[in-house]
Ligand binder design. Structure first.
Ligand code: ZN
Length: 221
């Protein structure tokens, strides 16, 4: 696991496949996502802080929820509760909920599509957004399978476009970071082309989907 300080009191934990974000203060800490089981995030986080930790989930996919056992509970939008094991205690999360840690103030934005329970966390003052997997440079953004919905993804990207002027920095969980807020619209435009059947698909080597390559974004669909 590679750990780096991205900004004051904000750490990025990255295993090369997926990343998590840790915000620390004297009184508490917030961890956004928990990565794969084998990256042992609980132990990594405990090397940085001994404060009580609130785990916030961008969504319930396995590469984000794998490390939950160490914590035992999390905040997760109810749309994704079925993706996470029963032994994990889940707290509901809704549009507009606020989570604070030191100077950071994270607001929940519901963005169903990549999964039904996907959310972004947005700090208005710091102009910082954590969009999970829903905004990325290049992708692939996974959009195949029963727990995903391309129409909802398009609607959510339209909703996120309101934040293009309000945000400076986007910290996605996969691929390059940080990225600029214009990727919200770039991902949206490519998703619309995908929906309209204007992108050419190629059968994926081993996943049950095709790879569609847009101008800026790849999708597995
Ligand atoms: Zn995902």
């Amino acid at each position: 696991m590679h750990v780096s300080l991205f900004a004051e009191n904000l750490y990025v934990l990255d295993d090369g496949k997926v990343r998590q974000f840790l915000i620390v203060s004297d009184g508490n800490a917030i961890l956004i996502d928990t990565g794969f089981k084998d990256s042992h995030i609980y132990e990594e986080v405990r090397k940085i802080t001994t404060a009580p930790i609130t785990v916030l989930m961008t969504h319930g996919d396995g590469d984000h929820a794998g490390g939950l056992d160490g914590f035992g509970e999390c905040y997760l939008h109810e749309g994704d509760w079925h993706l996470v094991k029963d032994n994990i205690k889940k707290h509901a999360m809704h549009e507009g909920d606020i989570f604070k840690c030191g100077e950071y103030c994270l607001e929940v934005i519901e963005i169903p599509g990549h999964t039904y329970g996907s959310v972004a966390f947005f700090d208005r003052k710091k102009k910082l957004m954590f969009p999970g997997d829903s905004v990325q440079k290049t992708g692939p953004i996974y959009m195949f399978g029963n727990h995903r919905n391309l129409d909802l993804y398009i609607e959510s990207q339209k909703k996120l476009c309101e934040y293009i002027d309000k945000a400076d920095t986007i910290l996605p969980c996969h691929n390059e970071y940080p990225i600029t807020p214009d990727y919200i619209e770039k991902n949206l435009n490519d998703a619309i082309l995908l929906k309209e059947g204007k992108l050419k698909g190629e059968k994926h080597e081993f996943l049950p989907c095709c790879t569609y390559t847009g101008e800026y974004t790849k999708f597995y669909y």
